[in-house]
Design a protein around this ligand. Structure first.
Ligand code: HEM
Length: 327
């Protein structure tokens, strides 16, 4: 009898432990409400001054966040500098001389540490900053569930493997998203981020002069856009790092013109225009080009999904003091 009741309470204890861990490991909209009530104000003012100083920063933060989450989850690994024990993600091919916004996150983190030391993760700061950046660029606003913790390592190899390349086939790109639990709709919606920001010429130049070794330009690229781009990116190596807007119609405004551009054969990257090469995604492009409010709504939904990929919660990871180094 005694043995039975002992066994029962042990099982109950285990169940409670499991439940506790399950509840604890969920993200929560009110996570810092008591421990850092000024968090959203501090982040917003940091993002506001960064964008006031450089409009492109909204785009750069958004991309930084994507490159964090798609590589081993949203645990701020992209922010870590290289160390003697690991080669980080900053110098991976898609990020080197390309990823921007590290200093903005450093400044916000330093301000957050002054008020709430060792409370708020770099990962949550990046998430909130991106939400505000998109909103300040004229895009949607969404609620960000919080409580992520920061990773203890970063991987150059994983970044080179997992970040989609503009040159790879569309099926490879969708497979990379799928491996993180993101579906084809998320690919179309999140690609709408290319409504703001810039790309270096080398990321699309082969479309202008020698598409897939054919000696001719990409036939799916509008002739007038091609002429403009050939001025920005003449056919010489020196032009490789020149910048062209991803959405030349409204470069700094977060709107749905990206999708209208695709309908006009005016996607900048080959991977952008590829959305028109598949019936399912082409139908979605058409839909978002017609219904900007539905794009805004779905963008918020897909961003929350992206921001939940591989998060560390509870006792996992840590709260970094400095986003560039593990404590
Ligand atoms: C679908 C696969 C994707 C590919 C192949 C891709 C590729 C690229 C490339 C090549 C650039 C230009 C980088 C440079 O020249 O330095 C770029 C810029 C950018 N990407 Fe993507 N991207 C993809 C998806 C995304 C997603 C999902 C987001 C965000 C949710 C995003 C946000 C951005 C932004 C905002 C920029 C401009 C950054 C700036 O101006 O600093 N991209 N992307």
């Amino acid at each position: 009898m005694f043995q039975n009741s002992c066994r029962l309470s042990f099982v109950t204890f285990l169940c409670l432990l499991f439940l506790c861990r399950f509840v604890y490991s969920q993200l929560d909209y009110k996570f810092y409400d008591y421990t850092c009530p000024n968090l959203t104000t501090i982040v917003r003012s940091g993002v506001w001054s960064a964008i006031a100083n450089d409009t492109r920063m909204a785009a750069s933060l958004l991309r930084l966040h994507f490159h964090d989450c798609i590589v081993n989850g949203c645990e701020a690994s992209v922010l870590l500098d290289d160390t003697s024990t690991f080669k980080g993600e900053k110098n991976a091919f898609p990020n080197r001389n390309s990823a921007r916004g590290f200093e903005v996150i450093d400044t916000i983190k330093a301000n957050v540490e002054k008020t709430c030391p060792s409370i708020v993760s770099c990962s949550d700061i990046l998430n909130l900053a991106v939400r505000d950046a998109v909103f300040l660029a004229g895009g949607p606003y969404w609620s960000v569930p919080l409580g992520r913790r920061d990773g203890l390592t970063a991987s150059e190899t994983a970044a080179n493997r997992d970040i989609p390349s503009p040159f790879e086939p569309f099926e490879n790109i969708t497979a990379k998203f799928a491996s993180k639990g993101l579906g084809i709709k998320d690919v179309v919606v999140l690609s709408g981020a290319h409504t703001i920001g810039f790309a270096q010429c080398f990321t699309f130049k082969q479309r202008l002069f020698n598409f897939n070794g054919s000696g001719n330009p990409d036939p799916t690229l509008s002739v007038s856009l091609r002429n403009n781009l050939q001025n920005i990116c003449p056919n010489i190596d020196d032009s490789d790092t020149n910048l062209a807007p991803l959405d030349p119609v409204s470069t700094s405004k977060f709107d749905n013109i990206y999708y209208k551009n695709l309908l006009n054969n005016s996607g900048l990257l080959q991977s952008d225009q590829a959305l028109m090469g598949d019936n399912r995604t082409a139908a979605m492009v058409y839909y978002y080009s017609r219904f900007p409010l539905l794009f805004s709504k779905d963008f918020g939904i897909s961003m929350v999904k992206l921001s939940s990929v591989g998060v560390l919660t509870g006792q996992d990871g840590q709260i970094r003091k400095n986003c560039r180094v593990v404590n």
